[in-house]
Design a protein around this ligand. Sequence first.
Ligand code: TMP
Ligand code: ZN
Length: 416
Amino acid sequence: MTTEIAKSVTTCRVCGAADWQEVISFGSVPLANAYLDKPGPEEAYPLELISCRSCRLLSLTAVVDPQALYRDYAYVTSESETMTHHMRDVVRLCRERIDAGGLVVELGSNTGNQLQLFQQAGHPVLGVDPAQNLAAIAERRGVPTVADYFNEKVATAIAGEHGRASLILGRHVFAHIDDLADVLRGVKALLTDDGLFAIEVPYACDLLERVAFDTIYHEHLSYFLISTLDRLFTRHGLRAIDVRRLAVHGGSVLVTAARMGSRWETDERVGELIAYEKSERLDTDARYEQFAARVHALRRELTELVRKEAANGKRVAGYGASAKGTTLLNICELTSTEVRFCTDTTPQKQGRFVPGTQIPIVAPGDVSEQPDLYLLLAWNYAEEILQREAAFLDAGGAFIIPVPEPAVYARQKVRQ
Ligand code: TMP
Ligand code: ZN
């Protein structure tokens, strides 16, 4: 195990305090998206969750070097029905407030599918993403992309070249960033006076309520409450003006912020969610202790269930070699002994192996012998997948849905 490229968190990246509650430790785990060409020795890094007693940021203790994570990135934004539908919603929600024809800049723009929808709605767009392999794909689809990390320096250069942006969007990227202050300085350098900064992040309330322990992996440095984000924005001269709870990625929030002195009124949803967080006692150690206990119980039950099915001769496979899947399999210590293979629609993952498990990844069309049971590792797309796999279910197949508690989904059960 090498840990040289991991930095340990000391002070809180939101509020600067150094009073942490230790919430849960999963030991050393390989990087979730580090798919292997062949099984072999792997690096693993500590995966531990802590909570700041001052602002209740949930953070990992280890920050893995972003160069190791993102320069060549296997995660490709899903083009699934669920995600395409969601991206259209994001365009609609953001366009309620921004100028027609205003520049839209996206950080973590991946292969450019979200920006393409803004382009189709008449906006000039610019992507910013450090993954050179993905920026090249975005460019090929006509989405101009700067292959870099978004920070003050890059934002200032963009403002000089393209003018200021009406909207800066960051979908599922803000939680990946250690130096939030640098990004927020960049946002202020690039936004027009009444421009908006919209981020979509997994919502810490959903993580806790759904026991979505497999969304805890090295790329996700932060798990935010609205009260925590509100504090962060205020510290940097911005303010949250709206928030929406969304179903994607197991429960997320789209939070919109503007400059402190801008013309925007704050929607009442912001205060309502902050009050809800207080009512759920998310400012107390006890709530996080309860979460850790539920994670331990779920992990035990799920592992026992999969091992029992495999020991009874059932052919078990994983559905979707998601980053969550890597995390779940590693945390539950499930390997190719129990899970024969994982199917995944992403060409970049096919023919490779799930980190830490020796489990091969195959294209759905290449499954020669159907399993009896699929462990649904892409459970955030459950509805879409269960509909698509009607024939597998009709033929007697079943799915294990891992969270919030392990459940077996089969036709008989639906008819009950
Ligand atoms: P994500 O939750 O991070 O988007 O990852 C989901 C993974 O699951 C991604 O690798 C694509 C894969 N997937 C399938 O294999 N089949 C499907 O039907 C869907 C929706 C996703
Ligand atoms: Zn803090």
